[in-house]
Design a protein around this ligand. Structure first.
Ligand SMILES: [Zn+2]
Length: 364
């Protein structure tokens, strides 16, 4: 996969490649943008291009070969989710005493270090930034540039301050790439020492075009739905669990139907009955609640005369009927109930109980 495969934000991508061509790549770059907009994919492509052993040119700009030893080893971290899960698993298998002092990193090339947020808090911790500070001054061994990718911007306070020290005078051969959904989460002094590029979400049509190729098994209506639910994020769209969503949505609709049109409780409890025990039940309930939110939001779009913003376009007729039967105050209080169940789940209250009571409370 080379730059031709990267979707969207061509002007930004070209500017970054142009800086590589002129060998004026900033020592710290913030890639900002929504989840799934391609921040990590782009970061990996840039690091490969910096270090490719058989560098190519495309569109008159530097590109990477994808075949050389550096490209191949860096690409082993393309699947960040899997590498991250492996690192966490390896730590879980350690003795208690070692576990405490071990931080999560992903490293498939000796000169490229990937720093993900460390569980369970899912924050970047000071020991992770220390590792950067300890290694950054060594000349790269096999790459031309030593590269560090911070995959998220949620730093613990001490870690954020340690990062500032790294940014004070990094060596000329090192590059830091900071990925952030919102660059505002970084300290102002971090931002002023970096160059920020904000990736825009992809336009809906571009997402749908991509899905027509990568998800040919989906119908055009399904592709339109996924494009809307993914809010312009290609990664999210390609990995979208359409089956899970559709199932959760039909349960959410049963719940709303029963609440709005009254009637049959046993049908309703048959739905909530399937949301009981275990970790699987937890994920399923999460998905039901998220889906309920998205439907309630669509109600609001319909009621406020902005039907273009509706995401569940494939069931527009049914949504209009339901949204027409309730007023804005009902939707607002329903959203509040959903939020209550969500926070109850976090406090480990009985799920089925709170789902049942929510369903009952939603009744008009
Ligand atoms: Zn290469």
């Amino acid at each position: 996969m080379a730059f031709a495969e990267f979707r969207g934000n061509k002007d930004i991508v070209d500017r970054l490649r142009g800086m590589l061509a002129r060998e004026h790549f900033p020592h710290a770059v913030i890639l900002a943008g929504p989840c799934g907009a391609g921040k990590y994919t782009l970061a990996q492509m840039l690091v490969k291009t910096m270090n490719c052993l058989s560098p190519l040119t495309s569109d008159g700009l530097p590109d990477f070969c994808g075949q050389c030893a550096n490209c191949v080893r860096i690409a082993q971290a393309d699947d960040l989710e899997t590498r991250f899960a492996e690192a966490v698993e390896a730590r879980d298998a350690m003795r208690e005493a070692d576990k405490k002092d071990t931080r999560i990193f992903v490293q498939t090339h000796p000169d490229v270090l990937i720093i993900p947020p460390d569980p369970p808090q899912m924050m970047i911790k000071v020991d992770q930034v220390r590792r950067v500070n300890e290694t950054i001054r060594y000349l790269p061994g096999e790459a031309r540039r030593r590269a560090y990718i911070f995959t998220e911007a949620n730093f613990m306070k001490e870690a954020a301050n340690a990062l500032l020290k790294v940014l004070e005078e990094p060596p000329g051969f090192a590059t830091l790439l900071l990925l952030a959904e919102n660059a505002g989460a970084l300290l102002p002094t971090t931002r002023s020492r970096s160059v920020t590029f904000t990736l825009a979400p992809l336009p809906l049509e571009e997402l749908e075009n991509d899905l027509a190729k990568t998800k040919a098994q989906w119908s055009p209506r399904q592709r339109a739905l996924v494009a809307r639910l993914s809010a312009g994020a290609l990664g999210r769209a390609r990995n979208f669990d359409l089956e899970g969503y559709t199932k959760a949505r039909s349960d959410a609709l049963a719940l709303l139907n029963s609440a709005i049109q009254g009637g049959n409780h046993s049908a309703l409890f048959q739905v909530t009955e399937t949301y009981r025990a275990g970790a699987e039940g937890r994920d399923k309930t999460e998905q039901l609640l998220t889906t309920l939110y998205s439907l309630l939001e669509d109600f609001i779009f319909l009621q406020s005369g902005t039907p273009d913003l509706v995401r569940n376009t494939d069931i527009l007729g049914e949504l209009k009927k339901l949204a027409g039967a309730v007023d804005f105050a009902w939707v607002a209080s329903a959203a509040e109930r959903v939020a209550e169940v969500h926070s109850g789940m976090r406090r480990n209250l009985l799920r089925s109980l709170s789902l049942d009571s929510m369903a009952t409370a939603l009744e008009k």
